[in-house]
Design a binder for this molecule. Structure first.
Ligand SMILES: [Zn+2]
Ligand SMILES: [Zn+2]
Length: 224
């Protein structure tokens, strides 16, 4: 009986490990000495604005690249631009109307903030973990050309907000990819508790903990 119980437990452990490997994203090594990646948006109209939005906010600028060998067409790049723009709105809402993607340059290349690993799949091949939704190495995120906006926001949380994964926990947060994503749907940043993603974002970007008002400014999209 003891042996059977142990075997059952071992099987459960293996299933859990496999689930982590397939569902998961890997945050990889985190670099703390990276260059600044965000710019403060315009306040009252005399600054150097991007887009057409009139609200203030903190804008994140992203260079998104396809390996030239993929032969990405303009249609692929426009599709990815849509993912970025939708994600910008989700991040704006998730940060209580304060952070958005102010500029996205989408082009062929081998280095950037976002490496688009394929033309039109939503998953990508991790170097060691096999097929995953996305992953991050340092401040660079790796996603598919048709990645989920949940994945995009989650990986951006690693790459540009220094937020950790929450595997094994049950709090509602975009960084909690446990359970096949059932905790990510609100696209929020958890407040307080073990990880306090909201507190980390507020501190890192110098935004208001209580939030702001205003519509999400437009993302300036440059397709090359
Ligand atoms: Zn993750
Ligand atoms: Zn969190």
């Amino acid at each position: 009986m003891g042996t059977r119980l142990f075997s059952a437990f071992a099987v459960l452990l293996i299933i859990f490990a496999l689930a982590l490997a397939t569902e998961g994203c890997s945050s990889g090594k985190s670099s703390r000495d990276k260059a600044p990646f965000y710019s403060t948006g315009t306040g009252t109209g005399t600054g150097t604005g991007t887009g057409t939005g009139t609200g203030s906010g903190v804008g994140i600028e992203l260079v998104c690249v396809y390996d030239p060998a993929l032969g990405a067409q303009t249609s692929h790049k426009e599709h990815f631009a849509g993912i970025v723009e939708e994600s910008s709105g989700n991040i704006w809402t998730g940060t209580k109307n304060q952070i958005y993607i102010s500029k996205a340059t989408i082009k062929d290349g081998t280095s950037g903030d976002v490496i688009i690993c394929n033309l039109d799949a939503y998953k990508v091949d991790h170097p060691t973990l096999g097929s995953v939704y996305g992953y991050c190495i340092g401040s660079t995120m790796y996603v598919g050309g048709d990645c989920l906006t949940l994945t995009f926001q989650h990986e951006l949380g690693h790459a540009k907000m220094d937020l950790p994964d929450h595997y094994g926990y049950t709090m509602i947060c975009i960084m909690n990819a446990e359970g096949g994503g059932i905790y990510m749907g609100d696209r929020n940043y958890c407040e307080g508790g073990t990880f306090d993603c909201w507190g980390a974002v507020v501190a890192k970007f110098g935004i208001s903990a209580s939030g702001a008002t205003g519509a999400c400014p437009a993302t300036e999209v440059i397709i090359q």
